[in-house]
Design a protein around this ligand. Structure first.
Ligand code: 5GP
Ligand code: ZN
Length: 115
């Protein structure tokens, strides 16, 4: 847990959010600035800045986050039509919140390459 991290504060319910799902390991919220009809954020309760803070021991957590994205796509009703799961990492990756999170985007056709 990081005292000032916005996602840690959301996980602790110190900051309000549109909570979609919560379990022992992770939280799912609606993005405050949605880029698609469905734009949800999946993040671990444990404060990890980015993918590079995980090693082999993080394998079960990463599996859990990805499978949560899968089930959230079902819940959002975008599984059939298709969706995108994104992890922005570090400055060049476009990461703005330094707490590891997956973006689940769906409900419209995505473009490639991303900007
Ligand atoms: P990043 O750019 O780090 O990959 O994504 C951070 C995401 O978090 C952005 O899409 C941004 O809109 C979202 N975000 C930032 N602050 C908050 C917040 O306080 N609440 C919610 N729900 N989303 C946030
Ligand atoms: Zn954090």
């Amino acid at each position: 847990m990081s005292q000032h991290c916005i996602f840690c504060r959301i996980a602790r319910k110190e900051v309000p959010s549109q909570l979609v799902h919560e379990d022992e390991q992770c939280v799912v919220i609606q993005d405050i600035n949605p880029q698609a009809p469905t734009h949800w954020l999946i993040f671990p309760k444990q404060h990890l800045e980015r993918l590079h803070d995980l090693s082999e021991a993080g394998r079960p957590l990463l599996g859990h986050l990805l499978l949560t994205a899968r089930s959230m796509a079902e819940r959002a009703g975008v599984a059939q039509g298709g969706y995108r799961v994104v992890i922005n990492n570090g400055d060049d990756g476009g990461q703005t919140v330094p707490h590891l999170h997956l973006h689940l985007l769906g409900g419209r056709a995505m473009h490639w390459p991303p900007g």
